[in-house]
Design a protein around this ligand. Structure first.
Ligand code: XMP
Length: 520
């Protein structure tokens, strides 16, 4: 464990990440580990509290994830959530049974006296979100029920060094969920909220110093996005600009004047950055290729080639080649968690957009991943602590393969020009109307469909463009943004009046799922 905090044991719930996020939001450090993490390792971590997550199984099912609760209870106070509560009950000698009436979705629970003094004065009854088919029938000895659901089943219980909730305090739909987690951390575990931005920064800087040593240099690929910018700034602040060599590659697939403006930003914040224009290399390799995965592969491969060539030949880098021993990567905690599945197996998703993937092995470099324990919102907090401008921290995500996956079909200069001009109009309008920050991601997609139009006195036969704008928490699910018609009218008018090559505009009204955010 990076520092003393809460251990969240994952029993397979889709919501486990949220538990750790909520605790971090409350300034308590937390880490997620598979349910079967060895007791030895847990003891070494010396956690402040151990949270047993929910999970899809029933505790009596064959193959259900089980472990000794008493052993854990001896290490630190427990919080069982949903399946976690049932495991505590079963393992400590109580009984769980299949409910005749399952509790899914919203429920109104009533608290009784004797739960936690901090909360019981304020909350008598509250709305919670539940999702369970089993219920607690009898409690283990020493435990008492402290809340009941609408159907009269135990919704919360309390015992020696353990609390348990049948509902999910980590989801936003549960009222007072955060307060409950806070009460657990404070009242039962006696924890102090120490995971603050300055503390986080100091902690990460120390970790970088220890890993990189005093002589080595680091190579850092920049993408213009939040994660790589924060990583580069953190490393530069820790090791000094002369030891952190940043490379920003223009792959020719960036947006309107993006390369120039991002380079300027980087220089302003003091990064030691080399800009490489490799537009020609990328576009010539992409010519005539229309399969999306093929495009991604080509972009990934050319990126590595350009990166290697730059290292060997750029005058600002050749003198440092010998000293460069590390490659920095902006891996985030969700990628790390994904890579241990609940069953302890290997990752099921290797993201093709980790386009520096093959580099470390080929170049014999070690990996520095200073934000690999952080969630995206923590990376932004860290960026703020490092003094990065809000503009840079709050940008919409932009995919590594850039505009190439927004031109449906083969990419060429003309389609990229159309996307640059239209995207610029769309995004500027969002900013003008104060909509940019209400939206997770917005962009244009150029379709390989031509339709007839009429402009002036002439007939046109040009392409269709789709606008896409979605709200989302993390990109895993998303919903299309309900613009006012007047806004869409303005964007459509400006694009069709100003951009050559587009005859018709449509708006994508599909959520994710069933669609994805990008079209390719
Ligand atoms: P999808 O389209 O899968 O996108 O719903 C989810 C998020 O991931 C981004 N995305 C990518 N990012 N390389 C990237 O760096 C890619 O190949 C890639 N494909 C999708 C997408 O923009 C959205 O934010």
């Amino acid at each position: 464990m990076k520092e003393r905090g809460f251990l969240v044991l994952d029993f397979g719930s889709q919501l486990t990440q949220l538990i750790a996020r909520r605790l971090r939001e409350l300034n308590y450090y937390s880490e997620i580990h598979p349910f079967n993490l060895s007791l030895e390792k847990i003891k070494l971590m010396n956690p402040l509290g151990i949270i047993l997550s929910g999970g899809p199984n029933s505790v009596y099912e064959t193959g259900a994830p089980l472990r000794s609760v008493a052993e854990l209870q001896a290490v630190a106070p427990l919080l069982g959530i949903c399946y976690g509560m049932q495991l505590i009950v079963k393992d400590l000698g109580g009984e769980v049974e299949r409910a005749s009436h399952r509790e899914y979705g919203f429920n109104q629970v009533r608290w009784s006296q004797g739960f936690t003094p901090a909360l019981e004065a304020q909350i008598k009854s509250q709305k919670v979100w539940m999702s369970h088919g089993d219920i607690v029938k009898t409690l283990p000895s020493g435990f008492q029920v402290v809340a009941l659901s609408e159907s009269g089943h135990p919704a919360a219980m309390k015992g020696p060094r353990a609390w348990a909730l049948q509902f999910h305090p980590e989801v936003a739909h549960t009222e007072h969920g955060t307060e409950l987690l806070k009460a657990y951390a404070q009242d039962l575990c006696g924890a102090k909220p120490s995971w603050t931005a300055p503390h986080m920064l100091e902690n990460l800087m120390n970790a970088v110093r220890t890993q990189v040593g005093t002589q080595d240099h680091v190579l850092c690929g920049l993408s213009g996005g939040v994660d790589s910018s924060v990583v580069a700034t953190l490393l530069t602040k820790t090791l000094g600009a002369e030891r952190v060599h940043c490379v920003f590659v223009n792959n020719g697939l960036l947006r309107h004047q993006e390369f120039e403006s991002v380079m300027e930003h980087y220089k302003k914040i003091g990064l030691n950055v080399v800009g490489v224009d490799a537009t020609h290399e990328f576009l010539s390799e992409l010519a005539g290729v229309s399969d999306p995965e093929q495009k991604r592969k080509i972009i990934g491969r050319v990126f590595i080639e350009v990166f290697e060539k730059t290292m060997k030949s750029h005058d600002k880098l050749v003198h440092a080649t010998e000293k460069i021993k590390w490659l920095a990567q902006g891996t985030l905690y969700p990628d790390v968690i994904e890579s241990f599945s609940f069953s302890g197996g290997p990752s099921h998703t290797i993201k093709s957009h980790h386009n520096v993937g093959g580099l470390p092995a080929r170049m014999k470099l070690g990996l520095v991943e200073p934000v690999r324990e952080l969630f995206k919102d923590e990376v932004r907090t860290l960026g703020r602590e490092l003094g990065l401008p809000n503009d840079m921290l709050m940008r919409h995500p932009f995919p590594g393969p850039g505009l190439a996956i927004r031109v449906m079909g083969a990419v060429d200069e003309n389609s990229l020009r159309i996307l640059r001009e239209t995207d610029h109009i769309f995004i500027s309008k969002l900013r003008d109307h104060n909509l940019y920050h209400k939206i997770w991601q917005a962009f244009c997609v150029l379709l390989p469909v031509k339709t007839v139009g009429v402009q002036g006195d002439g007939r046109t036969y040009d392409q269709v463009l789709s606008l896409r704008a979605v709200t989302s928490q993390d990109g895993m699910t998303a919903d299309w943004y309900p613009f006012e018609f007047q806004f869409l009218r303005e964007v459509s008018n400006e694009i069709t009046n100003k951009v050559r090559g587009v005859s018709r505009i449509v708006y994508d009204v599909t959520s994710k799922p069933p669609a994805t955010i990008e079209w390719e």
